[in-house]
Design a protein. Structure first.
Length: 116
């Protein structure tokens, strides 16, 4: 399974950004995909996940501001990030797994910077 992430960039506090993660390869075994992030000097943390069934999870810090969705036909997962805060600044990583996350498959990180 290969993951390719798109999106990210620089945005002012209160702004919005959208990330997408396109998956390819042996997708039949993948049941869950999601996003992690890692800020400088901090451990990588789980942001949001979505299962093949559609069930979603959000970290407390992003609940109500971020929305995860998926297009099963395109094998793509999206993360819509609204009302961004400086503490959302991090490198965001797409992840996919057969049973749970963190799974075995990681995409390249994409930088999200929230700054005025």
């Amino acid at each position: 399974v290969q993951l390719q992430a798109f999106g990210g960039g620089l945005v002012q506090p209160g702004g919005s950004l959208s990330l997408s993660c396109a998956a390819s390869g042996r997708m039949f075994s993948i049941t869950v995909m999601g996003w992690y992030r890692q800020a400088p000097g901090k451990q990588r943390e789980l942001v949001s996940t979505i299962r093949k069934s559609g069930g979603a999870y959000y970290a407390v810090s992003v609940k109500g501001r971020f929305t995860i969705s998926r297009d099963s036909v395109k094998n793509t997962v999206y993360l819509q990030m609204n009302n961004l805060k400086p503490e959302d600044t991090a490198v965001y990583y797409c992840n996919a797994g057969e049973v749970t996350l963190p799974g075995n498959y990681w995409g390249p990180g994409t930088q999200v910077t929230v700054s005025s």
